[in-house]
Write a protein that binds this ligand. Sequence first.
Ligand code: NAP
Ligand code: GDD
Length: 380
Amino acid sequence: MAKTALITGVTGQDGAYLSELLLSKGYTVHGLKRRSSLFNTDRIDHLYEDPHVNDPKFILHYGDLTDSMNLTRIIQEVQPDEIYNLAAMSHVQVSFEMPEYTANADGIGTLRILEAVRLLGLTKKTKIYQASTSELYGLVQQVPQSEKTPFYPRSPYAVAKMYAYWITVNYREAYGMFASNGILFNHESPLRGETFVTRKITRAAAKIVLGLQDCLYMGNIDSQRDWGHAKDYVEAMYLILQQEVSEDFVIATGVTTRVREFIRKTFAFLGIELTFTGVEENEVGTISAVDTARIAELGIANGEHLKLGTTVLKIDPRYYRPTEVDLLIGNPGKCDEKLGWKPKHTLDMLIEDMATSDLRLFQKDQLLLKEGFGVLNYFE
Ligand code: NAP
Ligand code: GDD
């Protein structure tokens, strides 16, 4: 029998890749999307099926994690075999500005789903995946971090996710539900939201080499993250729900990299060598070498603006966080042993994928500009 899945946060980065994966496995996929005044389905438009076709495999529902009745009705209608709860206000810095909403959506939202499944009598049928996060480790108590490492959350986002983590464990223990946490370390892709650090860097680097932007402004570039590719990570989510026993898993690469190094590698991929000088707010990144052959190979017609000594990176303290998570590095021992999961992408492959995608995106803009259409306004 083909399975039915419900994905909350279907319009997000992970929702899009997970939808693709489950559809490729023959699932019927139902997705929860928020109402918005503009279309918000860019990442999943290629999966869209006209609702008038017979037996559609990809079906969208309007909904919100802050609306219990809406969630309960949708779960009742869909009767899912699996729920992947990916919806969240997922930006750590924004959570300092919207702490109450973040608690409601990211914390209580998870409770609403668990309770709906329980009240609808679906505890034996429906397996639940909760999108937990390495942000739970915050001020890390152990290096690397494993399923046994104590939590020390450092943002309203992480505190909300901590509630979601424990309420998932509690419903599993109290009601015998299959409800598992995937404690996922940072994962990125060309579909990553534009204000997360990796995408901000690959977009800016692509625009700088094309002459569409002068400078990239960053916050704390000393922090370290364990970055993987979202395509690999959604496979781990799927595997977590295929286990006989419900339990929690760290999903990570086991390699950590500083933000500064991610910046250096991205520019290097695009043919620009950066040198970093100065400290803290006064640190800058300047062009110290240009690989003209590489620039030409990437199809960048006009690289004359890329002059040695030009400053293309500055620090803007407005991007500093009130409390920072300095070092994340996961221990992937359990996911390797029990799920047989290993990342297929290295960091260099991830950077290549993201930087190439952004370069192609902005090359199209450059073409429009040349033809006199003007460049669309990109909000940073
Ligand atoms: P994302 O791209 O920001 O997507 C978040 C999704 O949640 C979007 O579809 C968003 O809808 C939706 N959403 C936000 N608030 C909602 C609400 N109140 N009701 C219903 N939907 C809502 O995030 P992601 O990177 O795919 O991450 C997926 C999940 O994994 C999140 O829970 C995140 O916290 C968690 N996580 C992510 C990472 C990572 O590195 N990516 C690591 C660990 C855990 P709109 O499109 O309308 O905004
Ligand atoms: N976003 C952003 N913008 N981050 C910056 C910047 C900047 O201009 N400059 C430096 N950083 C630093 C942040 O301070 C942080 O230390 C690091 O880059 C990564 O920031 P993000 O990419 O915003 O990700 P995050 O680690 O805070 O959170 C992401 O990963 C979590 C898993 O660990 C999000 O996807 C969360 O939803 C997820 O749970």
